[in-house]
Ligand binder design. Structure first.
Ligand code: NAP
Length: 508
């Protein structure tokens, strides 16, 4: 069966029969690379693993399945390269990163195609991800030249006190599939700007974007060993992860992914006391107060919930709506879902909702819906799984805090609405979680805006805004959502250490 027919059979509810793809991915794709990239060379491996289009289940490429040996080679190469890369001036590193940014923008469409085919998101979102991803190279190419130390007033007349900032060394970078390009550059741009070198292990589902980044890095003049990529299958991931988190030559690990995996990696890294950054799971509350502009709240909810079919760590996961605006919000939201959401292959124009990354992800959403319904929630829109990993965008009302969907991250297009009466009640529900990444609320009461912003136990707050990621701002969570920050002027500090220099014996 052709992939298009296969897809139509899955999504026939919404796809016009004559719809044709405008984009394609085949072996002639200019940025399709299928081997690991170590020390400036493409590295074959003894075996390959398949990369699947999550919309059709079709194999789109076979990629070298790197193991612990290749990971060790990459660490050694990165360690070797660190000694020369750190000696480049900040301006030299900045020029290379800037060039890499320009190449990404030049190849925006090709990079976006890779994202759509391996991760499933619509082309419009993939193009957005490429720009977002490239913007970290641009931002940190600028920040590279602003790594200032301090000259501190000394208590002794014969001494000067200086605080120098130096790169930590080799950084292991482990990334998820939901932003296969941006989660890499958000870390790597800061690392390289600081003078560190890196070994990247992308997710099994999405190695192609990482390898395309390596191709462009080489073209931009990133020297051999500075940026290495070791793709691997899920079977080899634990062994590769062990090398990346325990090798004594690695000084730092930076991970984005689930909280459970983050804890595992932190434990492994503890033996050699590595510096660690963790961007982990979220469970974002989205609160609509009686004072809100309901139309704006609906737009914010659509943007924050349905991006990447609900598969982002900052996607709103629990919708708390105050009684006075509850019915109006739910009514308008249902209409917006009907009008704006369209399921399909990400490469087809007009698609806003691609598949979930795999069938397990769809099963998780179905499980949360049936649990909620069995406890009294009502399905107002959607509710069903289509074939494969496509999931109908779903609106649930009458949701209570006993239901699983209000306790666990969904990572799918499920929008559960909890009705509340008071601000205190909303804050208690919002903060009853052991993670705290993003939170959103809509209100036009200035005092309430300050009160709620300060009270929410999250690292990022969207006030009357459903989208907040940008390289200029600090991205990171509190509680079990992580450690450290990415982007902003703080992101580069994760790859630097402060060395105290006491310059003594001076004649006053
Ligand atoms: P995941 O299962 O934790 O996987 C993330 C990465 O870790 C993948 O590359 C995975 O490799 C790897 N991994 C798994 N076990 C490992 C091990 N033992 N050693 C080394 N690496 C290992 O997470 P996911 O399901 O891909 O991503 C979804 C999660 O990421 C959600 O919880 C989401 O909230 C979170 N996320 C957080 C942020 C943030 O900035 N806070 C951003 C995006 C996503 P394999 O692919 O081979 O399993």
């Amino acid at each position: 069966m052709s992939s298009l027919r296969f897809l139509r059979s899955r999504c026939s509810l919404r796809l016009p029969a004559a719809m044709l793809r405008h984009y394609s991915l085949d072996a002639s794709h200019p940025l399709l690379r299928t081997q690991g990239y170590v020390n400036g060379r493409w590295l074959p491996a003894a075996s390959q693993f398949p990369v699947l289009d999550p919309a059709t289940g079709e194999e789109i490429a076979r990629v070298s399945d790197c193991g612990p040996e290749e990971a060790k080679q990459a660490v050694d190469a990165a360690y070797e390269a660190f000694h020369s890369w750190k000696r480049n001036s900040a301006k030299e590193r900045s020029i290379v990163l800037r060039k890499w940014f320009e190449l990404m923008m030049l190849h925006k469409e090709e990079l976006a195609e890779l994202i759509t085919y391996e991760c499933g998101k619509p082309m419009s979102e993939s193009l957005g991800e490429v720009s977002y991803s490239a913007s970290f190279l641009e931002w940190f190419s600028e920040e590279a030249r602003r790594v200032y130390g301090d000259v501190v007033p000394s208590p002794a007349k014969d001494r000067k006190i200086l605080l120098l900032k130096q790169p930590v060394g080799v950084a292991s970078i482990i990334t998820p599939w939901n932003f296969p390009s941006a989660m890499i550059t958000r870390k790597v741009a800061a690392a390289l700007a600081a003078g560190c070198t890196v070994v990247v292990k992308p997710a099994e589902d999405t190695p192609l974007s990482a390898l395309a980044l390596a191709e462009l890095a080489e073209k931009a003049g990133v020297p051999p060993g500075v940026f290495n990529v070791v793709p691997c299958s899920r079977e080899k991931t634990p062994a590769v992860g062990e090398v990346l988190c325990t090798d004594p030559l690695v000084a730092k690990i930076s991970f984005t992914g689930s909280t459970a995996t983050g804890k595992l990696l932190l434990k492994m890294a503890a033996d050699t006391v590595k510096k660690a950054s963790m961007e982990l799971g979220g469970h974002a509350p989205f609160i609509v107060f009686d004072s809100a502009d309901v139309d704006k709240a609906v737009s914010g909810a659509m943007a924050s919930k349905f991006r990447n079919s609900g598969q982002t760590c900052v996607c709103s996961n629990r919708f708390l709506v105050q009684s006075g605006v509850h019915d109006a919000f739910v009514d308008k939201l249902g209409r917006a879902m009907d009008a704006e959401l369209r399921l399909g292959h990400g490469s087809e124009p007009g698609t806003t909702q691609g598949p979930l990354i795999n069938t397990r992800a769809a099963e998780k959403v179905v499980h949360q819906i049936s649990d909620a319904v069995s406890r009294g929630a009502k399905v107002l829109k959607g509710g069903k799984r289509l074939d494969g990993s496509f999931m109908e965008p779903t609106l649930l009302v009458g949701v209570t805090t006993e239901m699983i969907c209000t306790k666990e991250e969904t990572f799918g297009p499920l929008l559960p609405v909890i009705r509340f009466n008071t601000e205190e009640e909303a804050l208690a529900i919002a903060n009853a979680s052991n993670v705290g990444l993003a939170g959103y609320f809509f209100s036009q009461d200035v005092s309430q805006i300050w009160r709620v912003t300060e009270a929410l136990e999250v690292g990022m707050v969207g006030v009357n805004e459903g989208l907040l990621s940008t390289p200029e701002a600090a991205f990171g969570g509190v509680k079990q959502s992580g450690l450290g920050l990415e982007g902003s002027k703080y992101g580069i500090d994760e790859y630097l250490e402060v060395k105290y220099m006491c310059f003594g014996g001076l004649k006053p």
